[in-house]
Design a protein around this ligand. Structure first.
Ligand code: GLC
Length: 737
């Protein structure tokens, strides 16, 4: 619709109709039954007369239902403005990919973009207009359950993934192939104190600007059409009512023209935060701060009109927000076609297409990280296998944000391995958990009956596991945290693999058989014991519907693992939060300081993680030459070429992710010991060597200086190029100004 027509339509709306565009409800309110609840379920007390004005619907997910809702809504509506349908399409719609944290370990931005393109296709034909994705929150704390939705602990990677996901979702102009993306959770939600979900965030302004904000900005620069505000406070002001973030940064500095939406119930939660006495006040504070749509509360619906009439709220706030919503609907072509891509025939034709499953399998193969291997992998098909553990034949491989999946489509580890070997004996061996309370609570919250199929006779299972193990050449243990122990509202103070499974593991270890351990989780777990007693360890995350096939392809060598950790694996939960880009402190725990009590260290654990950022093994052996620089000096408008020769010293062709880090040795503020500034993925044939170049620019050296200006400073820099963040393959140069 042309802008003048849109303005004409807008000006014809009543105040209540404009306010309705700022309200988002789930389909229950429109008497549609099968919806998924992703937040507190209670009657929100919305005025009945406001419900028909609702502007958007949350988490309605299939073409038939969406077309029915849209048709009935438009028939009853005076203004005929179509509804916007938004949903959590996080790691896929029906073709479920590995969770985002797993994809983050691929270091393959093209692959990640392709997963978003496929998700967009399946969601578009199912009638969805907007996905609440990508989540690009910076996370350094594995205790936080939502780490599974993030991509990495690193700024450079998060920027790349944010852009890849947004362009993947929105890339084409074809409404049958694209959906709008809503980047979240703006801002800083992943910095929750103690890793406890929804908790206070205390970040310095410099850390917020330098580490936590860039990825949202990357999403917006990539054209992201919406931004979701986060539950947390920044500088003790809840983000949903934080003018500095929502107007100064988002609108004025970043020039974001799109629509902002609160997270689920976040506007009403301003009362709990203690910055509002009642809903009327929350509505005023949130809208004036810059939060356009109210997700799943009655604050806007019940109060905005009254606030205008009482002259407590300038109507321009409502007009600006409501017009932005209409512009988004217009941008998505909803006025020309309110059903957009929704098409039951297309659903049948495209959803779970073989090429989509193939991409999902490729994603598994490129995101499982080989953490240990004494040579036992790749396996030979004639080996007799005992597959033991609750994840050995489980279909619970898709992670918390995959409520649209049909689990029958999930390939289990057992099914994958049986494509290589007809000599596999499987048993569960133990329950996942000893206490299922967390599962029962979540089941009842979402009206599901507790699946007691997970409860097993553990003595019987252990007996069977030991028999199979004794009889096998190789034992494959498939262990991990419960999928309900990961995701939103799933923070943990203990990052161990649950006790029943560790008891099982220790009993099998006693049999002294070769052990390959497969770990399933939405976060880094504490793997010291697993590392100690396994001959190989593969971190599988929650790998999605092609999990079994992708994992088997790695185990049997059809695929040479290439993933690298995008997040540190702590040695102990007490180290959290932990990341590779720490500051040196005044008393660094260095080799020179060994034996000195008064340094920054623990007396009962190392400082370093068990597995560091960038780490991951391959079946190949890669060796690096020393770093060489095209010059030892650069100025603001010149560059330095940094290069290494990488050699594959094995008979396996493999992919190496060459990583370049930079350390700013002396500057006006303390700077991280390393910062990833570039990666290059190279494929090397057996015994092949290649030169890998990086270009160092002045832009890479910028930071928020002591005067808070974003710029570089003259001085010494160290550049590292290596296999992971622990590399000491270094060379130094001077920036001259
Ligand atoms: C949830 C999540 C958010 C999600 C939203 C809608 O509370 O915090 O990530 O997109 O509600 O389901």
């Amino acid at each position: 619709m042309k802008k003048d027509k849109l303005l004409e339509l807008f000006n014809s709306l009543t105040l209540e109709e404009k306010i309705g565009q700022l309200v988002q409800l789930n389909p229950d309110f429109l008497n549609e039954s099968d919806t998924v609840h992703t937040g507190p379920i209670s009657s929100i007390g919305i005025k009945e007369e406001m419900i028909p004005y609702t502007g958007s619907i949350l988490n309605s997910v299939n073409a038939k239902q969406i077309k029915t809702i849209q048709k009935e809504y438009i028939e009853k509506s005076r203004h005929k403005i179509p509804l916007l349908f938004m949903a959590d399409i996080i790691n896929g719609y029906k073709t479920i990919f590995p969770i985002p944290l797993a994809l983050g370990c691929s270091y393959d931005f093209k692959l990640v973009k392709e997963t978003a393109q496929i998700s967009a296709k399946e969601a578009a034909v199912s009638g969805i207009h907007v996905t609440f994705s990508p989540m690009v929150d910076m996370v350094h704390d594995a205790r936080w359950g939502r780490v599974m939705e993030s991509y990495s602990e690193d700024v450079y990677l998060n920027n790349q993934y944010a852009e890849a996901m947004v362009t993947g979702y929105q890339g084409t102009n074809d409404p049958h192939n694209n959906i709008a993306s809503c980047v979240k959770h703006f801002a800083g939600y992943g910095g929750a104190q103690s890793g406890r979900d929804y908790n206070t965030v205390e970040l310095s302004k410099r850390t917020l600007l330098e580490e936590y904000l860039p990825a949202y900005h990357s999403a917006i620069k990539a054209g992201c059409k919406m931004v979701m505000t986060s539950f947390n406070t920044i500088d003790r002001i809840p983000v949903t009512a934080n003018k500095w973030l929502l107007r100064n940064i988002l609108r004025n500095e970043w020039n974001f023209k799109g629509v902002t939406i609160s997270d689920h119930s976040a506007i009403k939660e301003l009362i709990n935060h203690g910055i509002a006495r009642e809903e009327k006040e929350t509505a005023q504070k949130a809208l004036e701060a810059g939060c356009d749509i109210d997700m799943m509360t009655a604050c806007y619906a019940n109060n905005l009109s009254r606030l205008v009439k009482e002259k407590k709220l300038d109507i321009s706030y409502i007009n600006d927000a409501a017009f932005r919503v209409l512009e988004l609907k217009n941008d998505l072509g909803l006025f020309e076609n309110p059903y957009r891509g929704a098409d039951e025939d297309d659903e049948k034709k495209y959803i779970l297409a073989p090429e989509f499953r193939n991409k999902a399998r490729e994603a598994v193969e490129k995101s499982c990280v080989l953490l240990e291997n004494n040579g036992i992998l790749p396996l030979n098909s004639n080996k007799k296998i005992a597959l033991i553990g609750p994840y050995g034949n489980s279909k619970e491989l898709c992670g918390m944000w995959s409520f649209t999946v049909d689990k029958d489509n999930v390939i289990t580890v057992k099914e994958g391995i049986e494509k290589y070997s007809n000599n596999v004996q499987y048993c569960t061996g133990s329950q996942i958990l000893d206490d299922y309370q967390v599962v029962k609570e979540l089941n009842s919250l979402f009206g599901q009956e507790f699946k007691n199929q997970e409860l097993v006779d553990e003595s019987l299972e252990l007996k069977c596991a030991k028999e199979y193990a004794k009889d096998a050449d190789v034992v494959i243990m498939a262990l991990g945290e419960h999928s309900y122990q990961s995701g939103e509202a799933a923070s943990r103070t203990d990052l161990s693999i649950p006790k029943p499974q560790m008891n099982l593991f220790k009993e099998i270890v006693k049999l002294k058989k070769p052990i390959v351990s497969l770990i399933f989780s939405g976060r880094p777990l504490i793997l010291n014991e697993i590392k100690k007693y396994s001959d190989a360890v593969l971190q599988c995350w929650f790998p999605g519907i092609e999990g079994g096939n992708g994992i088997a392809n790695i185990l049997y060598g059809k695929v040479n693992p290439s993933a690298r950790l995008s997040i540190s694996f702590p040695y102990h939960v007490g180290q959290c939060p932990i990341s590779y880009n720490f500051l040196n402190t005044g008393r660094p725990n260095t080799k020179e300081n060994i034996g000195n009590r008064f340094v920054s260290k623990y007396i009962d654990a190392p400082n370093l993680p068990l597995y560091g950022f960038g780490y991951g093994l391959s079946y190949s052996q890669f060796e690096y030459s020393k770093v060489s620089l095209s010059s030892k000096e650069m100025s603001m408008d010149t560059v330095i070429e940094a290069s290494v020769i990488v050699e594959n010293k094995s008979e396996y062709e493999g992919v190496e992710t060459v990583q370049m880090y930079i350390n700013d040795v002396v500057s006006s503020v303390s700077r991280p010991v390393k910062e990833l500034k570039g990666i290059k993925k190279i494929t090397l044939k057996p015994y092949e060597k290649k030169k890998v170049d990086f270009i160092i620019t002045n832009e890479m050296l910028k930071f928020y200086r002591c005067d808070m200006k974003y710029d570089s400073e003259a001085g010494k820099f160290i550049v590292y190029i290596g296999h992971d963040s622990l590399t000491n393959n270094e060379e130094c140069f001077e920036l001259i100004k």
